[in-house]
Write a protein that binds this ligand. Structure first.
Ligand code: PLP
Length: 387
């Protein structure tokens, strides 16, 4: 079934439309250039060269050596590998992560009986809580660079100091999946020994990502088998996906600052417009001690509407041609309120009326105009129905 025309796509944090350059780069590898890069004949060697070239591009974008890039099936695999792989190298050790991490980090941490630590009202890790959870038994600390629901960026410099002081044997992992479209991850994640990214969040295809494993970091593989990726991730390489990811990264490295400036202005107009048009609206993690949006990625607009149920609002928005999300895309549809908002200390009632509008490289002024018409009308209709 065709989903019909998408009028206003404001769910870039869930997945982005592909950059045309990425699709163009992939197509030959889905047709005549189909070799398996592990082989020895000419088509295989050609595929291997393409993967190596892509590795060079990703290494430059991520600020590491090509040999430190491990291609994965996406952000989830990269995060799981980082947490489980570090723990596996030190039997009896513990993983630590803030409670507002993505499930791709939380689930492996919880499965290994790890420690979750608190966050502040923006979603940033609380330093006292983190320090208290650290110790010589900790093998990995995972702190995301940008939060997928509320868009808050966490500078890692102070985190790495705390880790070095209280858990000197631990490696710092950062989930940079939501940061990469907006930040120069090479300097921003330089303090982390392990870094995860995912292509479909920045104009590449779904189902491919990368984990930076810096030299000297001990990491057991999650997938064992044919020994691909220098034994760090077995399985035939997704050549077209890897090539597409690198093409998207190359374009993004060239125009990121322009996209950030343009989309940031659109986001501000959208957020300010909705706050002005809809009484009883709170912008998540903004206001009080955090008066502006400087701590958020440029594409993130997260609001909570009083007396509105998020799922009903999403339904009306979808009918009116606006694609948005309530919690992280994986959790959307679940009745439970977002674990991120709960960790930030938001009460259930307010969290129940949350809306994530995430802008991206294709977002236009017309999208913002459309959302500024549709969202206030939908909220008003839902509130009217409660009377
Ligand atoms: N980490 C974060 C912060 C994410 O937002 C996502 C996807 O929503 C993931 C990890 C998982 O990435 P993937 O969809 O590539 O498995």
């Amino acid at each position: 079934m065709s989903p019909g025309p998408v009028l206003t796509y404001l769910d870039h944090a869930a997945t982005t439309p592909m950059r045309p350059e990425a699709l163009d780069a992939m197509l030959p590898f889905l047709t005549d250039r189909f070799g398996n890069p592990s082989g020895s004949h000419r088509p295989a060697r050609a595929a291997r060269r393409a993967v190596d070239d892509a590795r060079d591009v990703m290494a430059e974008a991520l600020g590491c050596e090509p040999g430190e890039v491990v291609f994965t099936s996406g952000g989830t695999e990269a995060d799981n590998t980082a947490v489980a792989g570090a723990l596996a190298c030190r039997p009896g050790s513990v993983a630590v992560a803030p409670a507002a991490e993505h499930q791709a980090v939380l689930a492996p941490v919880e499965a290994a009986a790890g420690r979750l630590v608190g966050v502040d009202g923006t979603g940033r890790v609380d330093h006292d809580s983190l320090s208290a959870a650290l110790g010589p038994d900790v093998a990995v600390v995972s702190v995301m660079l940008a939060n997928n629901e509320v868009g808050t960026v966490t500078p890692l410099e102070e985190v790495v100091v705390l880790v070095a002081e209280h858990a000197p044997g631990a490696v710092l992992h950062t989930d940079a999946v939501q940061a990469f479209p907006w930040l120069d991850v090479a300097p921003a994640a330089a303090a982390a020994g392990l870094v995860s990214v995912s292509a479909h969040k920045f104009g590449g295809p779904q189902g491919v990502g990368a984990l930076v494993v810096r030299r000297g970091v001990a990491l057991a593989p999650l997938l064992r088998g044919g020994g691909q990726e220098r034994d760090r991730r077995s399985g035939t390489s997704n050549v077209a996906g890897i090539v597409g990811m690198a093409a998207a990264a190359r374009v993004l490295q060239g125009d990121r600052s322009e996209v950030v400036a343009r989309v940031g202005a659109l986001r501000d107009r959208l957020a300010d417009g909705l706050l002005a048009a809809v009484p009883g609206t709170v912008e998540t993690g903004v206001g009080g001690a955090w008066p502006n949006r400087d701590h958020k990625v440029a594409g993130s607009c997260h609001l909570c509407f009083d007396d509105v149920e998020a799922e009903a609002l999403l339904f009306l928005l979808d009918q009116a041609g606006v694609c948005a999300s309530a919690a992280s895309s994986c959790a959307s549809g679940a009745a439970e309120p977002s674990h991120v908002l709960a960790a930030m200390g938001m009460d259930r009632a307010r969290a129940g009326g949350s809306l994530r509008l995430s802008l991206g490289w294709t977002t236009t002024e017309a999208d913002v105009d459309h959302a500024l018409t549709v969202v206030p009308a939908a909220v008003a209709r839902l509130r009217q129905a409660r009377l």
